[in-house]
Design a protein around this ligand. Structure first.
Ligand code: RNT
Ligand code: ZN
Length: 417
């Protein structure tokens, strides 16, 4: 049976449930996912950094890490060839490209330092999102926007402002909106003597950054909270409560990273509450294994649950989905392709769920049937719909994409020594 024939059969089976597979595929095709550039080079960037700081870690030494803008762009292209649909690219400030050796420090970054990225994005029809980089820098150890040293704090405030201008430039050149996500690593290893002071300074720094009068129709600003980092186990300045309150009061977005909460606390359960009180919400989809380990996103229960919350609440255009992980122990292009395709699979799985019927069972108190139906759905011919989606969008279906990865590894990645 061909992919098409299998799809026709799947379509019939889902139709019996009241699910329109054609409509699901049409919707999925238009959901952009922001692919994080930093999976390609273990979050090193192009400033000559030799280590990753800020309490995050990319472990492993798989060969083929992208070392230059050209290599990273090549690898991104290879990944995008294997991912269905049109997407976005998420950059960090540390990926500025300095031409003619003219370097600029983080507080002096300008749109021109991202010209090459804009050209790259334009040629491929990608949108660009952005992140100021408050780590892997001599002045970032260990405090940035909450630093008690006013000179250091000023430096990072200027960095934040510079990044808003760069995002404005992205949106101006590429159309649409650009998301700027602020995450700072600031925190304490051990029990602090003052919890309020750092947070008050962080609050003031954010106020100053946002005061520059950026174009709100082009730039969406988010802040990302965190519960702990390596070396910041006892206290993080940008806790969830801090970020949620700051965002609510100042009309910016919350960005929820599903590696940034206590291990049994689920981001999928937070989405509905955020949607009731916010027009938009941003996500960093990752996979925490026992800690914020940033493993590659797989098609697991929490990913499906996150996708369901977005889809069944009609929030595909309100939730900005970005990926955030960095695994250096496996082929990095595979890591991107897997994560992106899995995110899309989860969205498709959600789009193929008869939500209204299930909600009805819930409201009627018919929990037995609800559970039975939810379980049976797992064995519906979902893969046949996915494969057809890949085929329609001109990318390899099933595991056929991996052959391309092998080839790329032999011909390109293995030569990087
Ligand atoms: C760190 C945050 C943050 C970073 C990226 C590189 O814990 O998740 O989003 O991973 O900015
Ligand atoms: Zn994150």
């Amino acid at each position: 049976m061909t992919i098409q024939e299998k799809y026709e059969e799947a379509k019939r089976v889902y139709r019996e449930l009241g699910v329109d597979t054609d409509a699901a595929l049409e919707t999925l095709k238009h959901v952009p996912i922001s692919m994080h550039c930093w999976q390609g080079d273990d979050v090193m960037g192009f400033e000559g950094a030799t280590e990753l700081t800020g309490g995050i870690q990319a472990t492993g030494d798989y060969p083929g890490r992208a070392r230059t803008p050209e290599e990273l762009m090549m690898d991104i292209d290879q990944a995008l060839r294997l991912i269905p649909g049109k997407h976005r690219l998420n950059l960090h400030a540390s990926y500025a490209i300095f031409e003619d050796g003219k370097k600029a420090d983080r507080n002096a970054l300008k749109p021109e330092h991202f010209k090459k990225w804009v050209e790259f994005a334009k040629a491929r029809g990608l949108g660009l999102d952005f992140n100021p980089t408050f780590f892997s820098h001599p002045l970032a150890s260990p405090f940035t926007l909450s630093s008690p040293d006013e000179n250091i704090r000023r430096f990072w405030i200027d960095h934040g402002k510079a990044c808003l201008r760069i995002a404005e430039y992205f949106a101006g050149e590429l159309g649409g909106q650009s998301l700027v996500n602020i995450w700072i690593p600031d925190g304490y290893k051990d029990i602090p003597a003052d919890r309020l002071g750092p947070r008050a300074r962080f609050k003031d720094s954010l106020d100053q950054i946002l005061s520059i009068g950026y174009d709100k129709s082009k730039v969406l600003v988010a802040i990302e909270s965190k519960v702990f980092g390596i070396g910041m186990e006892s206290y993080t300045v940008g806790s969830h409560e801090f970020c949620m309150n700051y965002a609510a009061k100042n009309g910016i977005l919350c960005l929820l990273d599903n590696g940034h909460y206590h291990p049994t606390e689920m981001v999928s359960d937070k989405i509905s509450s955020m949607l009731l009180f916010n027009e938009k919400l941003a996500l960093h989809v990752t996979r925490p294994v026992r800690w914020d380990s940033d493993h590659v996103v797989i098609f697991d229960d929490e990913l499906k649950e996150i996708a369901k919350e977005i889809v069944r609440n009609g929030a595909l255009d309100r939730v900005i989905i970005g990926l955030d992980y960095f695994d250096a122990s496996i082929n990095r292009v595979s890591a991107w392709v897997l994560g992106m395709r899995n995110m899309q699979k989860a969205l498709l799985y959600a789009l193929l769920t008869p939500d209204k019927q299930l909600a009805k069972l819930q409201n009627e108190g018919n929990y037995t049937e609800l559970l039975v139906r939810q379980e049976e759905l797992k064995f519906y011919p979902f893969a046949d719909v996915w494969n057809y989606f890949c085929q329609c969008n001109g990318v390899p279906a099933g595991d056929a994409w991996f052959k391309e990865i092998r080839k790329y590894e032999q011909e390109v990645l293995a030569l990087r020594k």
